[in-house]
Structure formats: C-alpha cells, structure tokens
Ligand binder design. Structure first.
Ligand code: HEM
Length: 505
C-alpha cells in the first residue's frame, strides 16, 4: 500500500513545488534585457564616444527597451516609436523629471539649475508663462528685426568672401550667427556693445554646456561621487563656469532695471523682468530673479548650438547632394525673385521645409533627447521601470529605422511630401524636438532661425567645394557631446548668385 502511495505523494509534491516557482516567476517584476555589466562602472564601457550609435547597435541584440547602469545609476534606453510613445505620451507624467544638477551635487550653486527639476506646480506655471510670453509665435515675430539685421551682416560677409573666392568655415559662422541672434534677442545689444568679443561669450556658454554634457562622478555614483568631484577639482570647475555666467547676467539685469524700454522694443530680459513684477499673470506664480537668470541660461544653452548645427548639417547634406541643392535653390529663387528672403516669405517654400525636416531626421540635435528621470513606477514594453531610473529615447536610431523609413540612410526630402508627419511630438517615429511635457518649448524660435538662415544662404549664393574636393569627400562624422556637431568643420566657397533680370529688393 505504502509503496503505491509514495510515488503519488512525491509527484503531488513535485507538482506543488513547480507551481509555486512558476507563480513566483510570474509575479516577479519583468526587467528589461540588459547587456552584461561590470562592477562599479556598470555599462559605461559600452557607450563609446558616440553613445547614441553604440546604444543603437546594442539595441539590435537586446531589444528596443534596454536596461543599463551608468555607474550605479539605473537607466533604460528606448529605441522604437512604439516604446517612445509609451514613455513620452502614455507615461509622460510618471517620468517628466529631469535629473537635477544641484540634487546630484554637481552644482551647489543652485540658482541656474536649468532644468527646474523637480516637476510640479511651480515648474508647470513657469513653463506655461515661458511658452505663452517668450516662445509664442507672436513673441518670436516681435524679434524679427534682429534676425533680419544679422542676416544682412551674414550676406555682406559672404559677398566679400565670394569676391576673394575663398572657402568659409560654415560651422563657425553658424555658431556665431545663432549666438549673435540670441544675444541681441535676450539682451537687446550686440556683443561689442557689452564690451565682449563674440567668441568670449560663446566660450562661456560652451563651458556651461560641458557641465551638462559630461558625466561627473556624482552623476554616476550619487552617494559618494560628490567627494571625488570635490577632491579632483571637477566640482570647483563646474561652479566657476556657472558663476561667470551668473555674474554676467547680473550685470545685464542691473542695466535693464535702470532703464525704461521703448514700447515694442522690449528684449527677453525686459519681458522676464515684467513677469517678475507680476505684470503678465493674474495667478500667483513665484517668479524670482533666479527664474529670470535660469531661463536666459536655458535659452542660450538649448538654443544656440542646436540651431547652428542643424543649419551646418543641412548645408553639408546639400553640398553632397547637388540634385537636392539645385531643387531647393530653384524653388527659392523662382518663388521669390528677390535677393533676400524674409520671414514672411518662408511659408511659400515647401521644399525648403522638407529639407529642414529631412536634416532633423538624420541629424537630430539631441540624439538621445535630454534624460528624463522616473518619478513613479510604470511599464514600458511590458518591463517595469522604477523611480529614479534615467530614461533615454534614442531618436537618432528611430529616425534611421527601416521599419519606419524607406532607404533611411538616404537624404531624400521628398519623403515628407504628402506626409502628415510634423515636429509636434505626435509622430513617434520622428521626434527631433522631443514630445510631451518636456518637449522643446523653443521649437517655433528654432525653426524660424534655421529656415530663415538656410533660405538666405541658398537664395543669395551658390556653393562650391574647396579645390580638388568631390561631394563624397565631405566628412559626415559626428563629434561626441550632448549635441551632435559635425566633427570636422564644413568649409565651402560662396559664389554670389547673379540674377538674370532686374531684381526686386
Ligand atoms: C533646431 C533647434 C533645436 C532643436 C533640434 C531642439 C531640440 C530639443 C530637444 C530634443 C529637447 C529635449 C526634449 C525632450 O526631452 O523631450 C529640447 C529641450 C529644450 N529646448 Fe530645444 N531645440 C532647439 C532649439 C531651441 C531653442 C531656440 C530654444 C529656446 C529659445 C530651446 C529651448 C529648449 C529648452 C528650454 C528645453 C528644455 C525643456 C525642458 O526640460 O522642459 N530649444 N530641445
């Protein structure tokens, strides 16, 4: 009898144990697949100098939702439109913090913590004010005269270079142009009127950007990293670069407080000071001097390089693709029949707009967007994401994914003809300005600067390669950094365009 019962008992026991293990596994939170990591540094060694490209390659093995560790900090990287939608739309609210510079100990000098983290009512109100009062199309239009003046100076310079038939460094020129446009829009003055050389100010901004773009020990090891940063002097270096900008802003703001701007000629600092005085909003927004400074800082850090590198990549792609170059120039010249493009002309230039869209698909200025930080637990692709996890969306990889784009590596602006895809963050296969609560608030200003500049470069000049160069010699390699600059400077020879008949001016 016992001999008969024993196997039955054993089998029942086995069945129960297997069921228990199965239930445990089913209830166990599913974590995203992850490449093997090393102790202490996690997956840092797999990032290389161009993280978006390395992460794209890793995603081919580990999937479009990948878990990693940057030092001890957990992160997920999403590389498909579907997963991007889950992060930026479905779970936008659960992950709309930015990792804070002061919170991590990167800076103790906290009044320029550009991200206004953490997300909350105060952040929301400030963002709403900025979008309405600073970045709306009405506000952007009011600074048209500044961009117009800067374009005149650009055209004059290029006409002189055309006479000499020498190549111009478009990478440097675009940085200076965008910095000058932004400087005058923010402060109402030219660099020289503030006793500055343009490159001195650009250097200040770049130093501040490197604080954002480089990993400090405190970013990777939140508990102890700050000690290393203090011992190595990294912390002091970061503080110095933010302090020098803060001092500069302080002087400009003091000047603005001592004058009454002419009506209709207010600059961004005037607008911000009137917001501080509560002139713009009936609700009680706690808008302090530090908010004013932080927003000016945001505008420079987020707006100058991104716009400059977009025009540079567009010119590089056009120089490599003479068919597209000719088509876009023909559109501008035949449509406008005049020697300078103004902002009110741009809406007629449909192919130019496609060229800009295609440039931003292949060369999004922020290839991994800006990192978000998870606030409350949510799921993406069926995997669990926990609070404090960093989230990166690889829009560079999504923009080159053959699942969404035909011949993705080809520069082919026509792909946007008869397509409803736009920049507004509703088409998750195309996200050059991000999406959701943290999407780029400066998009209208950015597109205005980029389209106007590009249209003028193409209307007034033909562009030749330097002697002995072929189209295929143009180097399209990217430089490392938080934004994707072209690694080698783009040098082209401008040739003033000779209009066939009498011109309108
Ligand atoms: C072609 C030019 C530009 C591109 C491609 C671009 C792209 C982006 C992207 C991808 C983000 C991150 C969005 C996200 O994480 O979802 C961002 C954030 C931001 N951009 Fe832009 N941007 C450009 C120009 C500008 C300009 C001209 C300004 C200001 C005048 C600006 C202001 C900002 C600010 C303040 C943020 C941070 C938003 C936040 O954290 O809530 N950007 N931009």
């Amino acid at each position: 009898m016992w001999l008969l019962l024993l196997p039955v008992l054993l089998l029942t026991l086995l069945f129960l144990v297997i069921n228990k293990i199965k239930a445990k596994n089913e209830n166990k939170p599913q974590l995203p697949p992850s490449p093997p990591k090393l102790p202490i540094i996690g997956n840092l060694h797999q990032l290389g100098s161009l993280p978006h490209q390395s992460l794209w390659k890793l995603s081919k093995s580990y999937g479009h939702v990948m878990g990693l560790h940057f030092g001890t900090v957990p992160a997920i990287v999403v590389s498909s439109a579907e997963a991007a939608k889950e992060v930026l739309k479905t779970n936008d609210l659960a992950c709309c913090n930015r990792p804070s510079l002061t919170g991590s100990g990167k800076l103790s000098y906290n009044n320029l913590d550009i991200t206004f983290s953490p997300y909350g009512e105060h952040w929301r109100q400030i963002r709403r004010l900025c979008v309405l009062k600073l970045f709306s199309s009405k506000s952007v239009q009011s600074f048209q005269f500044i961009r117009d003046g800067e374009i005149d100076s650009l055209n004059d310079f290029l006409n002189e270079s055309s006479v000499l038939a020498t190549p111009v460094n478009l990478s440097v020129m675009m940085s200076t142009l965008m910095a000058s446009m932004t400087f005058r829009t923010a402060f109402g003055k030219r660099f020289a009127e503030c006793g500055l050389e343009s490159d001195v100010f650009e250097e200040m901004i770049h130093r501040a950007m490197s604080v954002l773009g480089t990993f400090a020990a405190c970013d990777l090891f939140p508990h102890l990293g700050w000690i290393i940063d203090r011992l190595t002097g990294v912390h002091a270096k970061f503080e110095r670069s933010f302090r020098e900008l803060d001092n500069f802003f302080q002087i400009v703001i003091a000047e603005h407080l001592n004058r009454t701007p002419e009506e209709g000629k207010e600059d961004l600092v005037d607008l911000l000071l009137s917001i501080e005085r509560g002139e713009y909003d009936s609700t009680e927004v706690h808008f302090t001097r530090d908010c004013t400074k932080a927003i000016i800082m945001d505008i420079f850090v987020a707006g100058v390089d991104t716009a400059a590198l977009t025009v540079t990549w567009a010119m590089a792609e056009l120089a490599r693709n003479p068919r597209v170059m000719k088509k876009v120039q023909d559109e501008i010249r035949s449509c406008l029949k005049k020697s300078k493009v103004t902002e009110s002309d741009i809406h007629q230039l449909q192919y130019l707009k496609m060229v800009v869209k295609e440039t931003l698909r292949l060369h999004p200025a922020a290839p991994l967007l800006l990192p978000r930080e998870c606030i409350s637990q949510f799921k993406v692709g069926g995997y669990e994401v926990y609070p404090k996890t960093f989230i990166h969306v690889n829009v560079w990889a999504i923009g080159r994914d053959p699942n969404y784009w035909y011949n993705p590596e080809e520069f082919f602006p026509e792909r946007f003809a008869d397509s409803s895809i736009d920049f507004k963050g509703q088409h998750f296969e195309y996200l050059p300005f991000g999406a959701g609560r943290r999407g780029c608030p400066g998009m209208i200003m950015a597109l205005t600067m980029v389209e106007l500049t590009l249209a003028n470069l193409l209307c007034c000049f033909d562009w030749k390669l330097s002697a002995g160069m072929k189209e295929t010699d143009i180097d399209m390699e990217e430089a490392s950094g938080i934004t994707t600059f072209k690694k080698s400077a783009l040098k082209l020879v401008p040739v003033s365009y000779q209009w066939p008949s009498k011109l309108q001016t």
